[in-house]
Design a protein around this ligand. Structure first.
Ligand code: NAD
Ligand code: UD1
Length: 335
């Protein structure tokens, strides 16, 4: 009995593999390594001292995917594989729709063919659009601002239709807030291509001297210090959330959307201060206009995760910054 982890070499996937292996689960990883390196899987093995099967496989390749299901006794799927860059998705919407949506449909077809009906899906809090804090799972979704966000919304809708058509399915739609941090060993972490789009990888590169100055987008938001507030979740906490979600889909059939966030927000200036403390480095920054599409405050109502999964985040913003810094300074060039 194995859990298939699609996109398992990626940032969140690799951390989840560590937690699954530490818990004694059998895993099989597939990845096309479009946005990751096989080295990440090597390091997962180093951290855990455990071996597992991995395949270079694109989820769009139905034949290879079917062969993998045939060769292995897969009982659940955690589906991370997807493209995730918001800006790029505006330039290349068809690539995003094809990879994320067609890829998921093919994966679901193969799962159905092999009678595997338990899936944990990487959705995103972006499906909510701009609404009222704290964000609750009952809020209306679909008011998204990018093709990337729309793929997450559409895949949620596809999974709802699949469940409606066959109530034997068990589906967890995990809506992540802002994952940051790295494994505390410093061996695995986020390895962005080019100049990072997201706040913490950008700060980390300023701290290490690769980038000169952090642009802070907006200081006139309706927040205590005027900068944007987000719900940051340590990637190890997020990984533990996936363990709980697998246990949940194993137990019974159904479909649930569940927020994975800390339920608490930090402003850009608070994150900068935490990172300065963790790294002992001064982070140079300059205020710029608001980034289009950004909102002032965004954080989760984390109660449903606690009730259904028994999941609550444990790791603080200081720990998120310390672990990011360890990963960044031990691996200045990434993997
Ligand atoms: P990532 O890019 O590090 O990992 C995704 C992995 O999927 C990569 O290893 C990539 O090579 C692989 N992949 C992509 N397309 C594939 C395909 N067609 N076939 C096989 N493998 C493929 O991203 P991540 O940050 O680990 O995110 C994982 C998932 O969580 C994604 O679906 C992402 O959209 C979602 N998510 C991420 C965030 C975030 O802030 N990181 C927030 C919300 C949701
Ligand atoms: C972004 C995506 C979201 C995605 C998430 C993944 C957008 C509009 N949203 O969320 O869809 O799910 O990443 O983690 O791209 N900031 C700066 N300077 C920077 C970068 C960011 O000031 O160089 C600020 C932003 O204005 C925001 C906060 O930092 O207030 C967090 O930004 P970011 O890390 O990009 O995450 P989100 O915008 O929340």
């Amino acid at each position: 009995m194995s859990i298939l982890v699609t996109g398992g070499a990626g940032y969140i996937g690799s951390h989840t593999c560590v937690e699954l292996l530490n818990k004694g689960e059998d895993i099989i990883v597939i990845d096309n390594f479009y946005n990751s390196k096989p080295e990440a899987l090597k390091r997962v093995k180093e951290i855990t001292g455990k071996d597992f099967q991995s395949y270079t496989c694109d989820i769009l390749d139905k034949e290879t995917l079917s062969a993998i299901f045939k060769e292995n006794n897969i009982t659940e799927v955690i589906h991370f594989a997807g493209l995730k860059a918001v800006g790029e998705s505006c330039r290349l919407p068809l690539a995003y729709y094809h990879n994320n949506i067609s890829g998921t449909v093919i994966l679901l077809q193969v799962m159905e063919q092999f009678g595997v009906k338990k899936i944990v899906f990487s959705s995103s809090a972006t499906v909510y659009g701009d609404s009222e804090i704290p964000y609750k799972e009952i809020y209306k979704t679909g008011n998204v601002t990018s093709p990337y966000g729309r793929t997450k919304f559409m895949i949620e809708e596809i999974l709802k239709d699949v469940y409606r058509s066959d109530n034997d399915w068990s589906v967890a739609l995990l809506r992540y807030f802002n994952p940051i941090g790295a494994h505390e060993s410093g061996k695995i972490g986020e390895d962005p291509n080019g100049i990072p789009n997201n706040l913490v990888p950008y700060i980390a590169q300023v701290a290490i001297g690769k980038l000169a100055e952090l642009p802070v987008y907006g200081n006139d938001y309706e927040t205590p210090d005027g900068t944007g507030v987000r719900d940051y979740i340590h990637v190890t906490d997020l990984a533990v959330g996936h363990l709980k979600a697998v246990e949940f889909v194993r137990k019974s059939a159904g479909l649930e959307a569940i927020n994975l966030g800390a339920g608490k927000g930090y402003s850009v200036l608070e994150v900068i201060a935490a990172f300065e403390k963790a790294s002992g480095k001064k982070i140079n920054y300059k205020f710029f206009d608001r980034r289009p599409g950004d909102i002032d405050m965004f954080y989760a109502d984390a109660e449903k995760a606690e009730k259904l999964l028994g999941f609550r985040t444990k790791l603080s913003i200081d720990k998120m910054c310390e672990d990011t810094w360890r990963w960044q300074s031990d691996n200045p060039g990434g993997y």
